[in-house]
Write a protein that binds this ligand. Sequence first.
Ligand code: PMV
Length: 342
Amino acid sequence: MTNNEIIQSEYSAPSNIAIVKYWGKKGLQEPVNPSISFTLSKAKTTTKVSYEPCDRDLEIDFKFDRNRADVFLPKLHAFVERLLPHLPFLKSGILNIESTNTFPHSSGIASSASSMAALAKTLIDIQIKLDDQFKVSDLNKFRSRLARLGSGSASRSTMNGWVLWGETPVYNASSDKYGVDINKHVHESFKDLQDTILIIRKGSKAVSSTQGHQLMENHPYKEGRIKQANNNIQVLIEAFKSGDFESFSKVCEQEALSLHGLMMSSSPAYTLLAPESIRAIRRIQKFRDHQHVPLTYTLDAGPNIHLIYPSSQTHIIKPFIEEHLRPLCENSELIYDQLSLD
Ligand code: PMV
């Protein structure tokens, strides 16, 4: 590469939904407990970057959906600062970043995982294009490790399908520094899962995940939570081997409610649930008890519900969603998404 040539790169990354939740950090964006998630098909971020080398300190220009979005600049600068020891080109030059999401803005789907993962991939690519001496021994690990520095859950969005992030004695290759692809240990029946996202409330959250993670530092239930998550990882990995949906659903729902229970017992205490979230959960439980269908749900750090079920059950579950759950959503909005394997 000649010195002042503009370098470009473009990558996409999917959003993900955690079944065992990461809640609480240690050190530099490392998790206090392991987590497992799957990536989504429709909810993606695409990021285009062009980089112009020059001697000035790094300047960042950021556009979201074609519009300048300076509100994100402090977060981007903080991310770049953490990446600098790994990607030396970020010391100087002009970086133009343009990002778009396939899912609607403020739909309640967390975009930090997909956006930080897509950005990490493009920046690594630029470093490689700029410097042919730059060698990475394992590109997948490196991408996940760097995405983690932007947002913990982004470490699970640089690859597809089921990903485990965080050390656990039940999985040898696990690490606090990067996510690992565990698809080969997952029963086929867990590979065609649907995720229907009920948009109970649009818009941003009253308490951010960053604040929520911080509140875990002195949380009275911290040790119990770490134990619970480790145990749930073990149960989930067992369920994955045998294809046991019932045991999967127990973990899924306990994790969802525990996450919100931890928020309600933090100091200060808070809740992100809306009355319709609880109403939806009750309707899901009732429907499942009557119909005996494999259907479960999880929650992210917000009021929206992720309904999870095998696609073979869509013909039974979709009419229920349309009649009993869609009316609980803001502007009757929901998204039919699914697990992505590629
Ligand atoms: O990656 P962060 O810092 O936005 O935290 C994500 C936390 C949860 O979404 C609540 C759980 C998870 O594991 O994704």
